[in-house]
Design a protein around this ligand. Structure first.
Ligand code: BES
Ligand code: ZN
Length: 623
């Protein structure tokens, strides 16, 4: 064989080997929001011990990480932020430990600090003793006064997107999964719950053991500690809440059993064992968080009439879209949320009918239109395939991922038909369970497994435009809701002078009220709001969605009568979705700027760090 030939053969063999190894072990997508080095060494199991110190508002922790793959790595790199690392040891057997000369990298204001731990080829375990600090962005320690009973302190965590590293040193990337077990010690009388197999009874000594045998990414690590009690809602589901709220919570969530059956019929078996919900204090910064086996929920969805339970459908749906098939990096966030909004809509359609689902879709469209209007339709932030490198991934939590994602999937459904799309989705969840997904991979799978069967569908949908383009594609399927059309007619009638009492609003649900408020003309003045308020008592509403929409309207129209109610709302509720539009409206409405600062001064100490960061930025807050 001459040299040239030999070279060619060698090159061919190398190329073949490279392509084989690619198909067998897909490259780990690099994550701009993690310091970790998983290509060299990644961890596969965590043994965590935590002591919860409610007085000092810290956790004392020991994390033992088992290394899964170690490709001759010289070091294991973990993400940390605001942690006090006390001691690091390594061991080959978990028993004989050697002190490790760890170092911390430079502090990045968003990402925190890389923890470099020297290891050898034989290292199986790293043991880290550490304390959290009051700066931990995942943690909120609440005094008794901020709970429903008012009797006991409360602790809650929020790890998504990159806050797990503020309470556990970890490879904090959504593309990396691990199993865990934990021992958590809490003040006596309190119950501890995690995103794991959970107790239903208070442990007399305050010590709790947890097991999570399915691999999860770090952003799904979760802990809640408080005066909590359990109520079963079905064979495999139940709710935890403070004793004074448990009846209300059990009533509100009664439909969760049906939701699980519906979801399983749609996209395959629920794979996480139990599905429970814990109702948290009102400072919880989100509506819900899909921690596996245990959804975290805001009490602001306890409307008393089950009108806000779509949020439970949403978090349940994440048990497939997000927790089973997980966005590889935060740039692929729409894969988690867009799919989940779609799935939520399907669950609600099966549960409450097509008209109900259409109302939700219309609200979704309004949110999307508002978002794109605010961002500008050629802003790169309006792309599904977003680039968040160098920014806080929380900046990607916009209506684009949720609602543009949802309407992209609706467009596919409309083009290929529901039957084919459902079959595709079942197969997709099945094949990719416990795996991660990038946007590009999804687009390839969509083409290969679905669109090829429907010639012309690719162009009809405009896949590239939806995924990689800005703004709202003009083939977005506009949802139609007869109920909302009637509400719009009522708004016109009212403007034309029809008496408030004759608007046909007697039977309206909170979604219709929401649409009514949203449909009021921009220039409406305070006197007119007062007229509506005296008949419909909107300022005194107890539905958090109606309250938030009405208060925003009130601020923009300088309706001063609502001010005390707005103050009360903002000093009790810490849900970021409500805070941002309300503080935003006050900031931009003449005469309300100072009110925003006054209310925030009082409310700020009660908010979760995640909300504080967002509102600080919005109001350019200086201590
Ligand atoms: N996973 C999200 C919450 C989240 C996203 C936290 C990104 C941190 C970073 C959760 O599933 C969610 O979407 N919650 C919504 C619910 C709503 C869309 C029904 C919320 O909190 O409002
Ligand atoms: Zn979600």
């Amino acid at each position: 064989m001459n040299t040239l030939k030999a070279c060619c053969v060698f090159l061919m063999i190398t190329a073949l080997m490279a392509s084989c190894s690619q198909t067998h072990t897909p490259a780990i997508p690099s994550d701009p929001h993690s310091f970790s080095n998983p290509e060299e060494a990644f961890v596969e199991h965590l043994s965590l011990s935590l002591v919860v110190n409610m007085e000092e508002k810290i956790l004392q922790g020991e994390a033992v990480w088992m290394i899964g793959k170690n490709r001759n790595a010289k070091e294991l790199i973990l993400d940390t932020k605001e942690l006090e690392i006390l001691e690091v040891q390594t061991s080959n057997d978990g028993q004989t430990k050697t002190a490790a000369k760890f170092t911390l990298g430079p502090k990045d204001p968003i990402l925190g600090e890389a923890l470099h731990i020297p290891i050898t080829a034989g290292t199986r375990f790293v043991h880290i003793r550490y304390n959290t600090t009051p700066g931990a962005e995942a943690l909120q320690f609440l005094p008794p006064a901020q709970t429903h009973t008012g009797r006991s302190p409360f602790l809650l965590t929020q790890s998504q997107a990159i806050n797990a590293r503020t309470w556990v040193p970890c490879q904090d990337s959504p593309g990396l999964r691990f199993t865990y077990n934990a021992t958590v010690t809490v003040p006596k009388g309190l119950l501890a719950l995690m995103s794991a197999e959970n107790p239903t009874q208070v442990s007399p000594d305050g010590v709790y053991q947890f097991q999570m045998t399915q691999p999860i990414p770090a952003y799904l690590l979760a802990l809640a500690v408080g005066e909590l009690t359990f109520r079963s809602l079905g064979p495999n589901t139940g709710v935890y809440a403070e004793p004074t709220l448990i009846d209300k919570a059990a009533y509100e969530f009664e439909e969760v059993n049906d939701m699980i059956s519906i979801a399983e019929k749609l996209y395959g078996p629920y794979q996480w064992g139990r599905y429970d919900i814990v109702v948290l204090p009102p400072s919880f910064p989100f509506g819900g968080m899909e921690n596996p086996r245990l959804t975290f929920a805001t009490p602001t969805i306890l409307a008393g009439d089950r009108s806000l339970v779509a949020l439970v459908a949403h978090e349940l749906a994440h048990s497939w879209s997000g927790n089973l098939v997980t966005n590889a990096t935060w740039n692929d966030f729409w894969l988690n949320e867009g799919f989940t909004v779609y799935f939520e809509n399907r669950i609600m359609e099966a549960l409450k009918g097509a008209e109900y689902a259409n109302m939700l879709a219309q609200i979704s469209l309004k949110d999307l239109n508002d978002e794109v209007r605010d961002m500008g339709s050629d802003s790169p932030d309006t792309k599904l395939a977003i680039d968040l490198a160098g920014t806080n991934p929380d900046d990607g939590v916009t209506s684009i991922a949720y609602d543009k994602g949802f309407f992209f999937l609706k467009t596919i459904e409309k083009t290929v038909g529901r039957e084919a799309f459902d079959a595709f989705l079942i197969d997709y969840f099945n094949k990719n369970a416990f795996k991660t997904m990038t946007t590009d991979e999804f687009v390839a799978i969509l083409r290969e497994d679905l669109l090829v069967k429907f010639p012309g569908s690719e162009e009809q949908i405009g896949v590239d435009n939806w995924v990689y383009g800005t703004g709202i594609p003009d083939n977005l399927p506009i949802p139609q809701s007869d109920k909302f059309t009637n509400v719009e007619k009522a708004v016109s009638a009212w403007i034309a002078g029809v008496d408030e009492g004759d608007l046909g609003s007697d039977e309206w649900t909170s979604h219709e009220w929401l649409h009514f408020i949203h449909s009021l003309p921009d220039g409406i003045d305070a006197k007119e709001l007062g007229r509506l308020d005296s008949v419909f008592h909107l300022t005194a509403s107890t539905n958090s969605e109606v309250q938030a929409a009405w208060y925003e309207r009130a601020i923009k129209s300088n309706y001063l009568k609502a001010k005390p109610a707005i103050r009360k709302f903002l000093t009790t509720v810490g849900r970021r979705k409500f805070l941002m539009p309300l503080y935003g409206a006050m900031k931009n409405t003449p005469g309300w700027e100072q009110t925003a600062l006054d209310i925030y001064r009082e409310a700020r100490p009660r908010y979760h760090p995640i909300s504080v960061i967002s509102v600080d930025q919005l109001l350019s807050w200086q201590e």
